[in-house]
Design a protein around this ligand. Structure first.
Ligand code: NAP
Length: 282
């Protein structure tokens, strides 16, 4: 079974659009997501464009604020302070990565936690690890949603996550643990990686290396979630961290790239924006 993140996203966005359409009557306006793009990194430009498109589909007001790569940290922090103070802004997203002269940690921490739609603010991260209510990071949230929608039982399963980034590997591991999986986190220093990954009943791969996970690393019947977004060095096309063609016949459930985790990440961002908006009126 191939889980189409694209199809699930379309369904979720249609449901959100219906809900958002009721907001002007209920709350006097629609949610407003402010996206800050620093510089013109092509991947970042494409992500920001995707977020604006999804916002339009759902009926969320999106303003993309572009700044030159030469912006100082102080100027960026001042812009965030302005958006924090703006009652009409419900979500603030700073597209990463930022230029090297700007501290991403400082910038993320400067966002009002109530507007942190990415779920990267230290208070949201702490709340996640303490099982407190919080805004969940979009990619891990989307992964769990895909597993649940596909009817994958998580409780009691051996889950292996390759990658330990703050954005994907660590939070998805915590969410799997919260769903009662037995979780192993593998990384670049893991010994005998294939032995570890073959134990996985659920394998989540977030490395950033094209087709790194080969068929011999996956057990028959495993559920495979591919987070990677890479260019295939041979074809130049988009591909994941998993050798999809070789693993698809072996896996019970697998996500494609493109059209898998990627669209779900953006859709969960829409969901987070709506949640932050509604929380203001509660
Ligand atoms: P990252 O911060 O670069 O982290 C990569 C992780 O992979 C690190 O923990 C690293 O281990 C591990 N790793 C690297 N080489 C490895 C190897 N040979 N064996 C085992 N582990 C290895 O990356 P990220 O931000 O988590 O992103 C990972 C991928 O997901 C990228 O392709 C990114 O574009 C994609 N992504 C997609 C979405 C989406 O919505 N689809 C969202 C976010 C990210 P160490 O910690 O030991 O260095």
């Amino acid at each position: 079974m191939i889980i189409s993140g694209k199809e699930l996203s379309a369904k979720m966005k249609a449901a959100m659009a219906e809900e958002v359409a009721t907001f002007p009557a209920k709350y006097g306006r629609v949610p407003h997501l402010a996206v800050i793009l620093v510089g013109d990194n092509p991947a970042s430009v494409s992500y920001v464009t995707g977020k604006a498109k999804a916002s339009a589909e759902v009926g969320i007001h999106n303003s993309t604020i572009r700044r030159e790569a030469t912006i100082t940290e102080e100027e960026l922090l001042a812009l965030i302070a302005e958006l924090n103070a703006d009652e009409g802004v419900d979500g603030i997203l700073v597209q990463l990565p930022l230029p090297k002269h700007i501290s991403e940690e400082k910038v993320i921490a400067a966002i009002d936690v109530r507007k942190d739609v990415d779920g990267f603010h230290p208070s949201n991260v702490a709340a996640l690890w303490q099982k407190q209510p919080c805004t969940l990071p979009c990619t891990p949230k989307g992964i769990i949603r895909m597993l649940q929608t596909a009817g994958v039982e998580i409780a009691g399963k051996e889950a292996v996550v390759i990658g330990r980034s703050n954005i994907v590997g660590l939070p998805v591991s915590k969410l799997l643990l919260d769903q009662n999986a037995t979780v192993t986190i593998a990384h670049s220093r893991t010994k005998n990686l294939a032995e570890v990954t073959r134990r996985a009943e659920i394998l989540v791969v977030a490395i950033g290396r094209p087709k790194f996970v080969t068929a011999d690393m996956v057990s028959e019947g495993a559920v495979v979630i591919d987070v990677g977004v890479n260019r295939d060095p041979e074809t130049g096309k988009l591909c994941g961290d998993v050798d999809f063609a070789a693993i698809e016949p072996k896996a019970s459930v697998i996500t494609p790239v493109p059209g898998g985790v990627g669209p779900m990440t953006i859709t969960c961002l829409m969901e987070n924006t709506i949640e932050c908006f509604k929380a203001k009126f509660e």
